[in-house]
Design a protein around this ligand. Structure first.
Ligand code: XMP
Length: 327
């Protein structure tokens, strides 16, 4: 049976055994709901859509069609991991769309943050809708809606991002198999389904991706600098036992250059800003006290390995007065 709301007395899923029981119940319910029809899913590689994909692959196999849109603003290795885990390991029916040029061309010269977000969100729906129109006989759209999304949209805090944005000619019935779960429960269900830890326990990553960490008008070279610096930061955090301990950490490359020196020659390049914060609910945040040696090592690696960068700065600002992201 598909539950529309989380029952008040529902036991919190805190163990793998409880997660497995939830999975088994959902597999039966999903098979009943979907029958022999086709289901479409926008698979971002985030926790919620990944868990929904893994559940549906188990329930209806090739009747699930996953669409992974690479908007060019993903972190290093992310599209590759989605393809590896879902297409190669789980044998999913996965359509991969590299729409990088399309997004970056639309974003060229746009420096206003809200305008950037609108372009990214609007273009995403357009690319997804184009793929959906190429398919025949899809009846359902699966979504990674979770319980806090429903509560927040009921309280008017935020509209939960759902099929709402799809054009009129694409109206599907919804399948939302994790909508009565809290985030920690979704992670355990993902683990029970065999998804890798770095997918299940990953830090939050905004929908507009690296686009909001490249403040001002996005250029390909600065985007590349942000992506490479972020990969180094994540590698060093993992190596130093900070992965899973620090709530969110990332790099930003602002749109200004400063003078530096390398091999006796003047340089004029960007800084990389490191941000590492802890929070409970993202409404306020404190800054992680990173070891000085690690900051020095990060500075050394980033200024030698990332093209176009000659300085590294550590953002010491809590929220408030700053927000977590830069745009
Ligand atoms: P701020 O910057 O508002 O961020 O302090 C709070 C949390 O929300 C994430 N965030 C976003 N997530 N789309 C998202 O999906 C967005 O546009 C967006 N903006 C911020 C941010 O990463 C942090 O965890």
């Amino acid at each position: 049976m598909i539950l529309e709301r989380r029952p008040d007395n529902m036991e919190r899923i805190t163990t793998i055994e409880l997660a497995e029981a939830f999975v088994n119940e959902q597999l039966t319910a999903l098979k009943d709901q979907i029958g022999d029809k086709k289901v479409l899913l926008a698979l971002s590689g985030g926790v919620d859509s990944s868990v929904v994909a893994a559940l549906l692959i188990k329930a209806v196999g090739q009747q699930l069609i996953c669409v992974h849109v690479n908007h060019g603003l993903l972190r290093k290795g992310e599209p590759e991991q989605v393809i590896e885990v879902f297409r190669n390991q789980m044998d999913a029916n996965l359509i991969y769309v590299d729409a990088t040029d399309r997004f970056l061309d639309k974003l060229a010269g746009v420096d206003e943050p809200e305008q950037k977000r609108k372009i990214i969100g609007g273009e995403f729906i357009e690319v997804f809708a184009e793929e959906a129109r190429k398919l025949d006989g899809v009846e359902f759209l699966a979504q990674g809606t979770i319980w806090p999304d429903i509560l927040e949209s009921e309280k008017g805090i935020k509209a939960h991002h759902n099929a709402g944005g799809l054009p009129e000619d694409l109206q599907f019935k919804l399948v939302e198999p994790v909508k009565i779960l809290f985030k920690d429960e979704v992670r355990l269900v993902g683990k029970a389904l065999g998804l890798p830890d770095n997918m299940v326990y990953r830090q939050p990553f905004p929908g507009p991706g690296l686009g909001v960490r490249c403040p001002g008008a996005i250029t390909r070279d600065r985007l590349e600098a942000v992506r490479e610096a972020d990969a180094i930061l994540r590698e060093e955090f993992a190596r130093n036992g900070l992965e899973g301990k620090v709530w969110q950490y990332f790099t930003v490359v602002p749109d200004f250059k400063s003078t530096g020196i390398r091999d006796g020659e003047r340089t004029f390049e960007w800084p990389v800003i490191i941000r590492a914060i802890n929070t409970k609910d993202a409404m306020s945040a404190t800054v992680e006290r990173l070891p000085y040696e690690l900051l020095e090592h990060l500075t050394q690696r980033i200024t030698t390995e990332v093209k176009g960068v000659n300085r590294v700065l550590y953002d010491m600002t809590p929220k408030p007065s700053a927000t977590i992201e830069y745009e």
